[in-house]
Design a protein around this ligand. Sequence first.
Ligand code: PMP
Length: 453
Amino acid sequence: EYKDMSKERMMEIRRQNCNPMTMKVTYYKKPVYIHQGHMQWLWDVDGRRYLDLFAGVATVSVGHCHPWKEHKNIWDQLWHTTNIYVYSPLHEYTEKLAATLPDPLKVIYLTNSGSEANDLAMLMARLHTGNFDVITLRGSYHGGSPHTMGLTSNAAYKYPVASGLGCHNTMCPDVFAGPWGGSNCRDSPIQTIRDCSCPQGSCTANDKYIGQLNEVFATSVPSRIAAFFAEPIMGVGGAVQYPKNFLKDTYKLVRERGGVCIADEVQTGFGRTGSHFWGFQGHDVIPDMVTMAKGIANGFPMGAVVTTPEVAASFAKGVHFNTFGGNPVACAIASSVLDEDGTQQISHNVGTYLLTELAKMRDKYEIIGDVRGKGLQIGVEMVKDKASRKPLPPAAMSEIFEDTKDMGVLIGKGGVYGQTFRIKPPMCITRDDADFFLAVFNQALHNYMEDHH
Ligand code: PMP
């Protein structure tokens, strides 16, 4: 066990030697000084236990310091080699990962992060199609590297430099905060956002948001494009769920223009949405490429692009090399993630229970505007009041957030205005954990309402 430094010393070093951003995003007024983790739990340096419902941003997919035995010997046998050599962990893993995906998604490129995976996917899409322009949804996050910064559509992550040339955004089909949407719009275990007057079998909101996409096609890009990127359910963007046929219709329009469709499963993959192993399966589409990272190796740095043999062939003309992509330790851990039993079922069961109970709280509290998501990819959008649907201001968000933490539960924040609480725990939580969180969150909301109303 390592010995912790004092809190004061860590903060001093953080101020002097760490990315200054880490001071800004310490996240809490009173920071959490983490000592260790086990499964869904974290302990701070004072021995206080927290239920971790954010999992290092949906990254600890199956549990902190999972007590696996199988891959432990890899540390003694082979720490590193690259894929110019042939070694079992790489091949065991790629075969296993490919088996989780439908045909023709069978060719795998391993990377070290989500940004790197999306960068690579963008490059491959351009080389394969011979086109340049890429479209993403407003409010999305796809990475922070110079190219992926262009895919990302959120001012907080943008810098005034030449980045993301050829990247364009279309309106996010957000059926809660956007101008159009009704109760039948999205696929969620819970519904009732607002009354829906669409005739059966049609969705006016979807038509309008697709209309916005058509406007982007008509005004902002050449007639042929390279790619469309979207998450199946938004992560950093605040668990936004789209109208039911939005991705299906979009994929068709993108393909008509010569583009490939890319599902960013960095947060939604590996069973997190409960109903499906991959988020895109919930939209009844098959992408041309799938990018993944975060939960892929339960917190060990790793990412991947999975694509079709056809796209891979277009990319094989040059040499693509990645030193750590395919690292044996990363592959062994990622293999254990795929072998873990029951995670998707837990996501479905505990996630649906959380969503159902949170929806009851939405009906009780004026400041909960929307509860949405699937499985353990959950968003709770906070509003000034239900009528205006205006975002609850950051100071109020912080107060509830800090109080929730002080009572022993870590959650996340997201959405373009930081107005959405995000719940994406390790997929080993129990119904008792869910009850603990619900009681804590209810108390935090109660405290806030007592103090301010
Ligand atoms: N895509 C999505 C959907 C993400 O949430 C993130 C990270 N928040 C990324 C890509 C980028 O991943 P990384 O931080 O590993 O580069």
